[in-house]
Every structure is written in structure tokens, then in C-alpha cells.
Write a protein that binds this ligand. Structure first.
Ligand SMILES: [Mg+2]
Length: 368
């Protein structure tokens, strides 16, 4: 007869979910301190709207053949704004590819994002003197930058700098080994690192429930020994509050944490995708009811902090900024073909030198 197996309860976990505003923009309780600052709240709303105007313009440029494949952030703007507000200038942001608002807030000009999706690496050369200057380029490969964030945070700790690294990734990235490795190492070294998971419910055409057997993505933190929590990623106030708390905990030596921001990808995965082929119109229609912009606007209007005239001015500003970015992008002379060799290595390996020269001598069209 087998002996009775011994069972030891190691730990138990609760996954916290934070929401301050319901989808109609009604406060569900006492709000964080920053919500009492009308100018600050209007500024966050402004960045939400400017980002949406940019996003719309980028899709239009792609649809008219003037931009390459583009990954829209429609419906997920609050996460980007929250990152931009939660980080200090000296912190380091390592983005995936939908948190444009954070990049704008950290000083990346809108046209840089267009340049990048237009195939021009100069888009990822962020202006000197801005917080973005020490941030990382967009990471399109899924999750590969997440372990790199561990390395960056390790460097920060070694140098004893009071800086925090924030790495964003999507829900699909949490199913990759890169993510598990990063989570496993982060607490081991107690790094000043925040993992932000943008859970927009879809990894291209794979829905959240077919990506993982885990009940939440936040709980993937627990195996690595770090805190994980969920937040309503469409609630501007909640997502900023939770991220600020995580960032400041990391700065104070409290170590890494994981925030799962629950949102919805209202657009196709990218402009190379057609989501109508794999999800229902009803699902998307229901998600529009949880739109972060509509929600914050309703809250601002409820406090008489926003008028129709304010909205009109903001819409005009958004359209003008997006148009200016488009014109700056469209009128930027292309790089010479050999530039494709110039941004991958600090010093070009010798086996590429002759290739570079060959491309260069083939002329601007590269027709060798
Ligand atoms: Mg996703």
C-alpha cells in the first residue's frame, strides 16, 4: 500500500483587479489624488484623443498605399498614456508596439512612428534631450525584448541608479519562454522592473482563452515570486494609479511586479489582418462600450471640466498634429539603400562590408 502523500501548502494568492470608473464614466469610490487635479486630468484626456487622431491618420496612410504595415492602438490608448505619466524622465521604457501614447509623452515625435512603419529606422532615433532618448525601439518580435529588460534593469541596479525599467508586451507574449525566463529572473535579483501586459484579448487571431490555461495573466508573476495584479486598462485613472504604484515600489527597492491591463483590440491586429474573419461584430460592438476615451470624457463632463468647445478645439488639434506628422513623414527623403546595414551593429562585421559596398555602388534603386 502506498504511503499517504504529504502535502505542504506553500502559498496562496489573490489576484487584485482595480477599476475606479465604470464604462459609463461613473466613479465607483474614492479616487487617487491626481484625479483632483483638473488640468492633469484634461491633459490625460488630451493625449488619449491626440493618440487616436494619430492612429486614424496612420491607418489612412496605409490604406492609401503611403505607409507599410501598421499596428493600430485603437481602444488601448489609456495604457500608453498611463505609462507615459507613471514613468519619470530618467526611467527606461522598452515598448512592444502599441503603446505609442507613452512614446509621445516621452518626446517621440509622431512622424518618427510613421517613419518606422514606413521602413525607415531613423524613426527609432529619438530626439536627444527627451526622456525617450534612452528608451528602446519598438519590439515587433513577440516578447523577445522582455528578457532584455531584465538585463537593462540589472545594469541599472549595478550602477545604483534610482531608475525603473518598464517593459510592455501583449497577452500572446506571456505564452512564450522569453516571458517566463524574464519573470523567473526578475525577482531573483530583485530588479527595478515593471512588466506591463497589454491584454487586448487577441494574439492576432488567437483569442485569450486559447492562449493559456491560466485563469489570469497576472498570476504568471507568482511562480517567479513577484506580485501580479489586474487593472481595467480602459480606465485611465485605474491604469495610471496601478502603474505609478508599481513603478514607485520598484524605485524604492521593492522589486519587480507584473500588471495585466485588461483592454480590447478594437482594430485588426495590423493593417495586414482582417479580424472580421475570426471574431464577431457583436463582440467588437460590446467592446466599443468600454472605450477608454468615451469613459474619461463622460467623467470629465460630469465634473464640468470639459465642454463642447474644448472638444472641438481638441479634435482640431488632433487632426492638425496628425496631418503635420504625415506631411513630415511623406516629405522625408529616403535613406540610401546601404543604410540597411547601418543600424544593427555598432561596428559592421567584415563579411557585411563588401555587401554594403555592393549595394551602395548599385545606386539608389539597388537594381543590381
Ligand atoms: Mg494581444
Amino acid at each position: 500500500m502506498d504511503p499517504t502523500p504529504a502535502t505542504t501548502r506553500i502559498a496562496q494568492f489573490d489576484v487584485c483587479y482595480t477599476q475606479f470608473l465604470d464604462p459609463q464614466g461613473r466613479a465607483r469610490g474614492e479616487l487617487p489624488g491626481f484625479a483632483a487635479d483638473a488640468d492633469e486630468m484634461r491633459d490625460m484626456y488630451r493625449w488619449l484623443a491626440l493618440t487616436r487622431a494619430f492612429d486614424k491618420k496612420a491607418v489612412a496612410l496605409q490604406r492609401t498605399g503611403r505607409l507599410g504595415t501598421y499596428a493600430a492602438c485603437l481602444g488601448q490608448e489609456a495604457i500608453g498614456v498611463a505609462i507615459g505619466k507613471a514613468l519619470r524622465p530618467e526611467d527606461i521604457f522598452m515598448p512592444a508596439y502599441r503603446e505609442y501614447a507613452a512614446q509621445f509623452l516621452r518626446g517621440v515625435p509622431m512622424q518618427n512612428i510613421l517613419l518606422y512603419w514606413g521602413g525607415d529606422e531613423r524613426g527609432m532615433a529619438y530626439p536627444e534631450g527627451t526622456p525617450a532618448h534612452h528608451d528602446f525601439p519598438l519590439s515587433v518580435p513577440i516578447g523577445t525584448h522582455v528578457p532584455q529588460a531584465v538585463g537593462v534593469a540589472y545594469a541599472v541596479r549595478l550602477r545604483k541608479q534610482p531608475r525603473v525599467v518598464l517593459a510592455s508586451c501583449g497577452d500572446g507574449a506571456t505564452s512564450k519562454g522569453d516571458f517566463a525566463e524574464a519573470v523567473s529572473s526578475a525577482k531573483l535579483w530583485n530588479l527595478p522592473l515593471v512588466f506591463l501586459v497589454n491584454n487586448n484579448q487577441w494574439a492576432i487571431s488567437v483569442p485569450r482563452e486559447r492562449q493559456t490555461g491560466a485563469q489570469t495573466l497576472a498570476q504568471k508573476a507568482f511562480a517567479g515570486g513577484l506580485p501580479g495584479e489586474q487593472v481595467d486598462g480602459n480606465d485611465m485613472i485605474a491604469v495610471r494609479h496601478v502603474l505609478e504604484r508599481a513603478v514607485e515600489r520598484a524605485r524604492a527597492g521593492g522589486g519587480p511586479s507584473l500588471v495585466e491591463a485588461i483592454t480590447y483590440r478594437l482594430h485588426d491586429h495590423t493593417t495586414a489582418d482582417d479580424a472580421r474573419r475570426y471574431r464577431s461584430e457583436d463582440e467588437v460592438k460590446a467592446a466599443w462600450e468600454r472605450c477608454p476615451i468615451k469613459r474619461l470624457k463622460a467623467w470629465l463632463e460630469g465634473r464640468s471640466w470639459w465642454t463642447d468647445a474644448d472638444e472641438e478645439r481638441l479634435q482640431a488639434e488632433g487632426a492638425a498634429r496628425a496631418e503635420a506628422a504625415a506631411q513630415a513623414f511623406l516629405t522625408t527623403p529616403p535613406e540610401p539603400p546601404q543604410a540597411i546595414f547601418d543600424h544593427l551593429y555598432e561596428r559592421l562585421p567584415s563579411q557585411f562590408e563588401w555587401q554594403r559596398e555592393e549595394v551602395k555602388s548599385a545606386g539608389p534603386k539597388g537594381d543590381c
